[in-house]
Ligand binder design. Structure first.
Ligand code: DX5
Length: 218
């Protein structure tokens, strides 16, 4: 069964706590908090204080997606704030192996993410250091962007690589995940669906959107 992570990037920032609670009540498997620094990606979003505030409100795992340069500067702050997993971008790390080791030393899960233009080969030496690989199916920076279907082949190749190495790591996908694209990415080998605008929108409630997304993923 695919896991659903609600990305709060598309939530109503004036009601962030309530929107996180709505996602938890909708039985999402985790909440993904998209941290942006205005350098790795153009927008600026959340810091450790928002993680700390949400940690007080919900029990569901908090998955912090660090779209920031030199994330090693902030790992302990986000861990102390209550993150259950820190996902760093390979493109943002000068010493990716050491950054992932540092996350594990904090006693929380480590994830690595790559952008659409980045090849899987950059992950070959660190797959034993992570608990999840996240494939970006949009160029990061905003919610609501169209899904890049060219990434489906990358998901398939990653699944083959992990299976060949005997690594049962989950593959997360992030960007443009909705009822139409969810079955495509699951068939390709993804098992963690990060969704923002298909969960937080004015077309239906959070609960209705999560239910529909889960159903579409099979
Ligand atoms: C990078 C962000 C977004 C977000 C999901 O831009 O990481 O991908 O989580 O946004 P949606 O689901 O609206 O594409």
């Amino acid at each position: 069964m695919a896991q659903i992570e609600a990305s709060i990037l598309s939530a109503d920032f004036a009601r962030l706590g309530e929107q996180a609670q709505e996602a938890e009540s909708a039985a999402v498997d985790a909440i993904q908090i998209d941290v942006m620094d205005g350098r790795f990606v153009p927008d600026i979003t959340f810091g450790p204080g928002v993680v700390r505030a949400l940690r007080r409100l919900v029990r569901v795992p908090l998955d912090v997606h660090l779209m920031i340069v030199s994330p090693e500067r902030h790992l302990s702050a986000f861990a102390e704030a209550g993150a259950d997993r820190l996902i760093v971008h390979q493109e943002a790390c000068l010493h990716l192996h050491r950054v992932l080791q540092s996350i594990r030393e904090l006693g929380i899960e480590a994830g690595v993410s790559i952008n659409p233009g980045t090849s899987l080969t950059v992950l070959e030496e660190v797959l034993e250091l992570v608990d999840l690989v996240q494939i970006m199916t949009v160029n990061p920076g905003w919610g609501g962007q169209p899904f890049l279907s060219g990434q489906l082949d990358k998901i398939r190749r990653l699944r083959e690589l992990l299976d060949k190495r005997g690594l049962g790591l989950p593959i997360a996908v992030d960007g443009g995940i909705d009822q139409a694209t969810a079955p495509l990415v699951v068939s390709a080998g993804a098992s963690v669906l990060v969704a923002g605008s298909s969960i937080y929108n004015d077309r239906a409630t959070v609960a209705q959107n999560v239910t529909a997304l889960r159903a579409s993923a099979g």
